[in-house]
Design a binder for this molecule. Structure first.
Ligand SMILES: [Fe+2]
Length: 312
C-alpha cells in the first residue's frame, strides 16, 4: 500500500472528503497509486449496494459487450476492485490499463492517455448517504461504468482513434500563429471533441433490434446510474435519434439532470467510422466554429492542447 505517512488505514476514500486525495492534489500529483487500505468499511458497503442495485438493470438495458466485459473482468460485487486485478484481466484482452488519478485531468492529457490505452481512473467512491448524488466521477462510474467496455477490441479501437484525433487537433493548433483566432479555433475544436465524447462514450445508445425498446446503452454515464439506465432506454420523454456527426458536435449538453436527447449508433464499426469522419472534419476546418454553449472549456483544457509536448 502506498499512502502518505499521516494517512490512517480505513480512514476512507469518499468523494470530496478524502485527506489523501486533497494532499495529492495540493502536491500537484495527477497520477497516483490506489491506496487500497484506506477504503473504509462504509466505502465497501457503498460499492456493494451500488453493484447489487444496478446489476438487474445492466441485464435488461446494457449492450451485450458490456455484460461480457463485466464477466471478463470478474468484478467483485462485494468489494471495491483493486486496479491491479482489473488490469491483469483488461490488459490481456485489449492492452488497456486503468491508472489511478487524484482528480480532474485536463482535456488533452485525458484524451492522449486514451490514445495510449491508459484510462485515467478515479479511485474515490461516492458518499453512501447520498447514493445517487455524484458531484464528480467516482470509482463506480469509472470502473463499473467505463472499464467493462474497454475489454471489447472494437470499442477499444474507437477510443484509441479518438485519442489520435485529439492529438491531430493539438498539432494543428500548435502549427498556427498565436492570437485570438487560434484561441477561438482551439476552444471550438475541444468543444466538438468533448460533445462527441459525451454523446458516445459517456451517453451513447446503440440499436438493439432484438429488444422490446429497440436500443441498449453503451455509454458509461448511463451504465453507472440505474435510474438513468432504465430512463434512457424506456422513457417516452427521451428523444433518441440516429447519430449524425453534424448534430452531435453542435449539440450542447447539461450534466446535472437526465439527458433529454441521445444519439443511437448502429454498431461499434459505425462509431469507429464516425471518429474517422471526425478526423476529416477537423482537417477540413469543420470543427473550428461549432455552435456556442455547453460544455464550457476552461483555461486548463485550452492550455493542455496548446502547450502539450507532442512528438511528431
Ligand atoms: Fe465518464
Amino acid at each position: 500500500m502506498s499512502v502518505t505517512s499521516d494517512a490512517k488505514p480505513g480512514e476512507g476514500l469518499t468523494t470530496t472528503q478524502s485527506p489523501f486525495i486533497e494532499n495529492a492534489k495540493k502536491s500537484g500529483r495527477t497520477f497516483i497509486d490506489q491506496p487500497y487500505g484506506l477504503y473504509s468499511e462504509a466505502n465497501q458497503e457503498t460499492w456493494r449496494r451500488l453493484y447489487a442495485r444496478i446489476r438487474p438493470y445492466w441485464e435488461k438495458y446494457s449492450n451485450p459487450k458490456f455484460m461480457q466485459g463485466v464477466e471478463n473482468l470478474m468484478l467483485d460485487p462485494d468489494r471495491i476492485p483493486r486496479l491491479e486485478d482489473v488490469n491483469d484481466k483488461l490488459c490481456a484482452l485489449t492492452a488497456f490499463k486503468a491508472k489511478a488519478v487524484a482528480g480532474y485531468v485536463p482535456a488533452y492529457i485525458f484524451f492522449d492517455c486514451i490514445r495510449q490505452r491508459i484510462f485515467p481512473t478515479t479511485i474515490t467512491i461516492r458518499d453512501g448517504k447520498v447514493l445517487d448524488y455524484l458531484p464528480e466521477p467516482d470509482i463506480f462510474h469509472d470502473v463499473a461504468g467505463h472499464v467493462p467496455m474497454h475489454t471489447d477490441t472494437r470499442f477499444a479501437d474507437v477510443l484509441v482513434r479518438f485519442g489520435e484525433v485529439a492529438r491531430e487537433a493539438a498539432l494543428r493548433a500548435q502549427a498556427m500563429s498565436e492570437g485570438e483566432e487560434r484561441l477561438h479555433l482551439v476552444e471550438s475544436n475541444i468543444k466538438a471533441l468533448a460533445r462527441f465524447f459525451w454523446f458516445t462514450v459517456e451517453f451513447g445508445l446503440m440499436k438493439n433490434p432484438g429488444s422490446e425498446w429497440g436500443v441498449c446503452a453503451y455509454g458509461s454515464g448511463l451504465l453507472s446510474s440505474c435510474g438513468e439506465l432504465e430512463y434512457c432506454v424506456t422513457s417516452p420523454k427521451v428523444q433518441r435519434y440516429p447519430a449524425q456527426l453534424e448534430w452531435v458536435i453542435n449539440q450542447y449538453f447539461e450534466i446535472d439532470h437526465y439527458q433529454p436527447l441521445l444519439f443511437v449508433v448502429d454498431s461499434f464499426d459505425h462509431l469507429f467510422g464516425m471518429v474517422d469522419e471526425l478526423a476529416l472534419w477537423l482537417h477540413g476546418g469543420k470543427l473550428d466554429n461549432v455552435s456556442p454553449g455547453e460544455p464550457a472549456i476552461n483555461e486548463d483544457d485550452l492550455k493542455s492542447f496548446l502547450e502539450a509536448e507532442i512528438a511528431e
